[in-house]
Structures are given as structure tokens and as C-alpha cells.
Write a protein that binds this ligand. Structure first.
Ligand SMILES: Nc1ncnc2c1ncn2[C@@H]1O[C@H](COP(=O)(O)OP(=O)(O)OP(=O)(O)O)[C@@H](O)[C@H]1O
Ligand SMILES: [Mg+2]
Length: 228
């Protein structure tokens, strides 16, 4: 099976080599759980491996994303260079519309040969729908559009709670090929970051809940370690 390496330390080991090529993964997590950082590094590492990537930001401005990521990851020093070389493109569509997002993807695949893309986050789109049924139908249509495109995507979903026990099972969990959950676990006097691969269709993967850290040189996933 062809796989797309995330390039995130420890993550490809968890994924048994990477995300199956052409699949669509939901990245679930509460506020500040590290969703945008994970997505950004996925594209950054891909760009460094020669695979152009597109970051579609639906909430923050492109400038905010770039500033935040440069501050979060001061040792990932090639961001500006990769953006200039069009290996890393960050775009904010004018409208919150999944059809626009699909068109944008299609255009960049044709014009720039992007191989990986990120949609951050789907929650605004969800909120723009009157009913769950309508959102669900549109999401299905969007995914069938995506399946015709030669691209591997990660879409972030804001979990309603940061607590592992309270994580809700939303529509995205059923329609996406894979689900990765990021947690900010509550401990007596601190919070601990942990992640798990909840599902990845057609692929073996780790089922462990493992600790991770956001460090200046990137995300570190501590495979084989226990969460305390
Ligand atoms: N240099 C750094 N070193 C360690 N941790 C950092 C650093 N910069 C940011 N962080 C942590 O990363 C978190 C932000 O992660 P990120 O923005 O990726 O989360 P998110 O899930 O996208 O959040 P949101 O729900 O606001 O979109 C911050 O809350 C902060 O705790
Ligand atoms: Mg974010």
C-alpha cells in the first residue's frame, strides 16, 4: 500500500508507515490541543520531501497561521522559503463553502501538483448549516468529490470537549477514512498531551494512547510510552 509519510516524529511508526495515499483523515481535538500545529507540520515535512501542500484555513487569516507556526516551531526554519517556492501554500477562501474548497483543491492539484492538503477547520462549515442532516449530506458529497482527486487530506474538527471521556462521536467520525484524536488530558496539577489513532480504514495501526509534545523543532510523539 502506498503511504504518505507525515514526517512527524513517531507518527509514521504509529501509522505503520504513514497515511494511506489518497485517504481523508479527520483530526479531532479540543481547543489548543495542537490541531493546527499537527496539520502545519504534516505539510511542512511533506514540502521538504518534495511534495507540495495546501493549507486551507477557514478561520484564522493566512498571516495568523504563518505567524503562529513560526512562533510555535522556531526551529522549522524553512517556512518562508517553502512558501516562496510554492511548495507550501496557505489560502483562506472568501466563502465558507465546501464546493469552493473542492474547487480550490482541484485547481491547485492541476496547477501546482499538490499531493497533500489540510482543511482547518470543518467546524465553521458545520455551523453554517441549519441542520445536521443537511451538513451530513454536503459532507458526503464533498468526500465523493475528494475521492476523485489525487490528494491526501487532513481535516480538523473541534471536539466539543477536551476531555477524553466526553469526546462526542460526530458525523465526521463516520464519513472519514481515518480519525486521529488529540487530547489535552486533565491531571491534578497539569495537562498532558496525548494522541491516538482511532481508526484508519484499510490499514493496520497502533491503538495505543501515547503522549506527545509540541516542541520548537516539531511535534514529538512518544511511541511506546505510557500516559501518566
Ligand atoms: N513554542 C511552543 N512550545 C510549546 N508549546 C507551544 C508552543 N507554541 C504553542 N504551543 C502550544 O500549542 C498550542 C496551540 O496549538 P494549536 O494552535 O496547534 O492548537 P489548535 O488545536 O489548533 O487550537 P485551536 O483550537 O485554537 O485552533 C498552544 O495552546 C500552546 O499550548
Ligand atoms: Mg487551530
Amino acid at each position: 500500500m502506498d503511504r504518505v509519510k507525515t514526517g512527524i516524529s513517531g507518527m509514521d511508526e504509529m501509522l505503520n508507515g504513514g497515511i494511506p495515499t489518497g485517504r481523508h483523515v479527520a483530526l479531532y481535538g479540543g481547543p489548543g490541543s495542537g490541531k493546527s500545529s499537527f496539520c502545519f507540520e504534516f505539510l511542512y515535512q511533506g514540502a521538504k520531501m518534495g511534495e507540495p501542500g495546501l493549507y486551507i484555513t477557514l478561520e484564522e487569516t493566512t498571516e495568523d497561521i504563518i505567524d503562529n507556526m513560526k512562533n510555535t516551531f522556531p526551529l522549522l526554519t524553512e517556512t518562508s522559503k517553502l512558501i516562496e517556492a510554492k511548495k507550501l501554500e496557505i489560502v483562506k477562501p472568501e466563502k465558507l463553502d465546501l464546493e469552493d474548497v473542492a474547487n480550490l483543491l482541484e485547481d491547485r492539484i492541476t496547477s501546482n501538483g499538490i499531493k497533500r492538503a489540510v482543511i482547518d477547520s470543518s467546524t465553521m462549515i458545520r455551523l453554517s448549516f441549519q441542520s445536521e442532516v443537511e451538513y451530513r449530506q454536503t459532507l458526503f458529497e464533498f468526500l465523493s468529490l475528494l475521492r476523485n482527486l489525487d490528494v491526501t487530506t487532513i481535516t480538523t474538527v473541534e471536539a466539543t470537549s477536551a476531555r477524553k471521556e466526553e469526546m462526542r462521536f460526530d458525523i465526521e467520525q463516520f464519513v472519514m477514512d481515518g480519525i486521529i484524536n488529540l487530547y489535552n488530558l486533565d491531571r491534578e496539577d497539569r495537562r498532558v498531551r496525548a494522541l491516538e489513532i482511532f481508526k484508519m480504514r484499510g490499514s493496520d495501526h497502533s491503538r495505543d494512547l501515547v503522549p506527545f509534545k509540541v516542541t520548537p523543532s516539531g511535534i514529538k510523539v512518544y511511541v511506546g510510552e505510557k500516559v501518566f
